[in-house]
Design a protein around this ligand. Structure first.
Ligand code: ADP
Ligand code: MG
Length: 199
């Protein structure tokens, strides 16, 4: 990120959410971002993830200048290159799909074969230690378990970058710590670049 600026304009006011942010995250690095509420953390994530466009400045991901993407390329970028893990389980997992199905879903666009999707989903479930909940629905799991499945789901499309916006924000201290540890270990194993907002 090179001098990133984001201004949100609403009818009455302008909010300066980012005022010239410079940031380099190396490939394979896990970076944690801490900051008080309203300091622009989610704004940064949304820009890196291609959900928001900066008002000024440059953002380059793996050599790609996001400002040069067409709308179509941006959709492909979000779909294939970025994995998201949000604080709220409802934004990570479909309530009416099982753990296994939730992990398979993002692969529909990538692996044609159902057998391959299943194999990969089972592998990822094992990676996050949730094999025993393969047929459970989100409502049948604890918050920490849901976030483990959410991490597996985010990794399913083999993204270049994993963006986690307060993934432990709704968890108690110890559960949150375990989820962060899992994130750290799995991403190190898979050589993923991770940005995680935490507090
Ligand atoms: P954080 O994630 O660090 O709490 P945010 O990035 O969500 O901070 O917000 C930064 C600032 O931008 C806040 O003042 C917030 O109110 C404002 N903001 C965020 N999103 C919008 C939006 N879509 N429209 C207007 N203002 C916004
Ligand atoms: Mg936020």
């Amino acid at each position: 990120c090179d001098s990133l600026v984001k201004i949100y304009k609403t009818k009455e006011v302008e909010v300066l959410a980012l005022q010239g942010l410079d940031l380099t995250v190396n490939r394979g690095e896990l970076m944690a971002i801490i900051g008080k509420s309203g300091s622009g953390k989610s704004t940064l994530m949304n820009i890196v993830g291609g959900l928001e466009v900066p008002s000024a400045g440059r953002i380059i991901v793996d050599g790609q200048n996001l400002a040069e993407f067409t709308e179509r390329q941006m959709v492909q970028y979000r779909k294939k290159q970025i994995g998201f893990v949000w604080q709220k389980s409802g934004r990570n997992l479909f309530p009416y799909l099982t753990s296994l199905e939730n992990i398979e879903a993002p692969m529909l666009a990538i692996h044609k074969s159902a057998k391959k999707r299943r194999e990969k989903a089972e592998e990822l479930l094992a990676l996050v230690g949730m094999e025993h909940k393969r047929d459970s629905y989100p409502a049948q799991m604890s918050g920490g378990e849901q976030q483990r499945v959410a991490i597996a789901r985010a990794l399913a499309k083999n993204p270049k970058v994993l963006l986690c916006d307060e993934p432990t924000g709704a968890l108690d201290y110890n559960t949150g710590k375990a989820v962060l540890k899992l994130l750290q270990n799995t991403c190190r194993k898979q050589g993923k670049t991770v940005i995680v907002i935490t507090h």
